[in-house]
Design a protein around this ligand. Structure first.
Ligand code: TYM
Length: 326
């Protein structure tokens, strides 16, 4: 059975973008693949964030995974920092990754821009991410398009290691859904919807009140035309809403354009708000049950035990290939 893996950072309540880009895809494929889903808490400290409550955010995120339909029987759910082999392997991989490669990463360039004191961890972030993936021989990695470059570097590093030391790692592939590869900010549809956005009116969070979600969608930036038509360049706001609607209903873009031919933007926005609210309300109903229940600790204990065994075996194999004393 092929393996699929992804992780999300516990840096706050996740957005509709995180849900569509990563979690929804994990739910979709969980019957087909052996699945691993984790909390990327080590990545969450690469950019210092005041008041970050990792313990609380981690538990909240696991409750959200479950509420979104991630089945703990079909997924191995774990916390990255509970498995030290990820960081052990990451060092070895760093010694097989070039400075130039890491310097070219879009995320690094964007997050370090204009800053004097960004961390070395921000720079080596993609190597730890490569380690997260290849330590389990994951075949597929569902991510939003913003993380595609990082999965590509994981491929390059895995291939490089295999060429140098002999076949060791499976070379992973990113899995990016055709719609919703990048959900954009509702107020500024030229930038991605992000947890850390300054104006939260452009961001839908999975725990926002339904009425708040409706207001945010109704106020989303559009354009001066009157036509519900997909055109990312000239109509980024409407195209973004079409992507959201397509991702949540499973409809094709063409079908949506036909459905709303002749409708005004208000009618279309209301339809988008209805599907978003209906999907998110279901998640919210289940969320509190999981958060207040006692399953999470056991799920994470099992996840840590299982993944530590897998990861240890791979790390030992790597050490042998390199020729470390043992
Ligand atoms: P994070 O928490 O920043 O993002 C989690 C996932 O959400 C996707 N995403 C989006 N997708 C569509 N539209 C958006 N606006 C949007 N915003 C975020 C991201 O692409 C990502 O898939 N580096 C990872 C965490 C990670 C990881 C890994 C992922 C660490 N190790 C190994 C996969 C495999 C990240 O960006 O987390």
């Amino acid at each position: 059975m092929k393996r699929m893996l992804t992780g999300l950072q516990p840096t706050g309540v996740i957005t509709l973008g995180n849900y569509i880009g990563a979690i929804k895809q994990m739910v979709k494929y969980q019957d087909e693949y052996e699945s691993f889903l984790f909390v990327a808490d080590l990545h969450a400290i690469t950019v210092p964030k005041e008041g970050l409550n990792l313990k609380k955010n981690t538990k909240d995120l696991i409750a959200l995974y479950l509420a979104c339909g991630i089945d703990p029987k079909k997924n191995t759910i774990f916390v990255q920092s509970q498995n030290e082999y990820h960081t052990n392997l990451s060092w070895v991989l760093e010694c097989n990754t070039y400075f130039g490669e890491l310097s070219r990463m879009h995320q690094f360039k964007e997050k370090s821009k204009g800053k004097e004191n960004f961390t070395a961890g921000l720079f080596t972030y993609p190597v730890l991410m490569a380690s997260d993936i290849i330590i389990y021989d994951a075949d597929y990695v569902p991510v939003g398009v913003d993380q595609k470059q990082h999965v590509e570097i994981a491929r390059d590093v895995a291939q490089r290691f295999n060429n140098k030391y002999g076949d060791t790692f499976v070379v992973p592939e990113p899995v990016i859904s055709t719609t919703g590869t990048k959900i954009m900010d509702l107020l500024d549809p030229t930038k991605k919807m992000s947890k850390s956005s300054e104006n939260q009116n452009g961001v839908i969070r999975l725990l926002d009140e339904p009425e708040v979600i409706r207001k945010k969608i109704m106020r989303a930036t559009t354009d001066s035309e009157m036509e519900v038509r997909y055109d990312e360049e000239n109509k980024p706001g409407i195209s973004n809403l079409i992507n959201i609607y397509a991702s949540l209903t499973g409809k094709e873009i063409k079908e949506i354009e036909e459905e709303f031919a002749g409708s005004n933007y208000g009618t279309f926005k209301k339809a988008v708000a209805d599907v978003v609210v209906s999907e998110i309300e279901k998640i919210q109903e289940r969320y509190n049950k999981y958060l207040n229940g006692n399953e999470i600790d056991e799920i994470l204990r099992n996840g840590a035990n299982k993944t530590r065994l897998y990861a240890k075996a791979k790390y030992e194999a790597v050490k042998n290939k390199i020729g470390f004393y043992n």
